[in-house]
Design a protein around this ligand. Structure first.
Ligand code: TXA
Ligand code: MG
Length: 297
């Protein structure tokens, strides 16, 4: 078991540590240290053109990072931070973040995680933490400390904060102009919630703005069959199947996918939810796990 004191020492020395957030576990390293960033990419075997989210303790830290904060971003931060909203902001000339964090883009993604352990670590180290989800690239994001160990064994310490409350990764947005919010990755902060603050455009799988959405994601080893059907038809057609998710929820989707893999499932049937509210984010994760194939019953 790694103590908080050890965690902080390790991070200060440029090492990586897995930490809990309210969304999924993150593989954290000092966002201001190029060597730590390189370690994150190498450990995760992450493609070199998929930028990282920088986790901060609040908007003041974003200001110190010399990222441009439009008024709309300020309002969203007030409403949704700490929480599952990541904002892509433009770097100013004197932004101290190494370019490796955002893979040479002229922007950086920031969020304040709603997790007491994570926030305590930022407060104690006094630097922002770059942290992608702590899974091997391509596998479902980890929602427990055990999931992280299943992917990486003892490669780095894992701080156990229990199961993640939200269970899917944060909503990622960027700003097209002063009152337009572009959703690059849907999450628990929904387009309905964001609509109160400006025009919302969705850009799922929009590779132009969000490098990460190009890559295969969330996929277990088993074949995921994403099904559009009403509850009754779905239940009837899957009554002899062992690996079924009839009513997916954010807090358990990745957990079930991983659990079924461990039971050597060859097929997992998942019923697609309505694409409203957080259903839009669930839908997105399920069709990605199913490699974009949808079956109608
Ligand atoms: O909930 C979360 O966001 C979790 C926890 C650990 O905070 N983190 C997470 O990180 O999901 P990751 O690396 O798995 O996903 C980051 C996403 C990717 O889709 C990436 O392309 C996008 O954010 N991203 C990061 N920086 C970006 C930038 N400057 N411009 C556009 N997209 C960016
Ligand atoms: Mg990820």
């Amino acid at each position: 078991m790694t103590s908080l004191v050890q965690t902080i020492e390790l991070l200060k020395a440029g090492n990586v540590v897995a930490l809990p957030t309210e969304t999924v576990y993150g593989l954290a390293g000092n966002a201001l240290n190029s060597a730590a960033i390189a370690k994150i990419f190498a450990t995760k075997r992450r493609p070199q053109d998929n930028p990282l989210i920088v986790h901060v303790s609040g908007i003041d830290m974003v200001r110190n990072l010399k990222l441009h904060i439009p008024p709309l971003a300020e309002r969203l931060a007030e409403r949704f931070w700490a929480g599952a909203l990541t904002m892509v902001l433009r770097r100013e000339a004197d932004c101290p973040l190494p370019h490796e964090v955002s893979c040479g883009l002229d922007t950086a993604a920031v969020r304040v995680p709603d997790n007491a352990i994570f926030l305590e670590v930022i407060k104690k180290t006094m630097f922002p933490l770059a942290a992608p989800s702590a899974n091997l690239s391509g596998s479902p994001s980890p929602t427990t400390a055990q999931h992280v160990r299943d992917d990486f064994g003892e490669e780095f310490p894992v701080v156990d904060g229990g199961a993640c409350r939200v269970g899917i990764e944060s909503t990622v947005v960027m700003f097209d102009d002063n009152d337009a919010i572009r959703i690059l990755r849907p999450g628990a902060v929904t387009s309905e919630m964001l609509r109160e603050y400006g025009n919302v455009v969705t850009d799922e799988g929009g590779s132009r703005h969000s490098p990460g959405t190009r890559y295969k994601h969330y996929a277990p080893r088993a074949k995921v069959i994403a099904v559009q059907a009403d509850a009754e038809a779905f239940t009837e057609r899957t009554k002899h199947e062992r690996f079924v998710i009839a009513n997916p929820e954010t807090s358990t989707l990745f957990m079930f996918l991983r659990q079924y893999d461990q039971l050597n499932a060859d097929k997992i049937f998942v019923r697609l939810p309505e694409r409203s509210g957080v259903g839009a984010a669930l839908y997105n994760r399920i069709i990605r796990a199913a490699e974009f194939e949808v079956t109608q019953w």
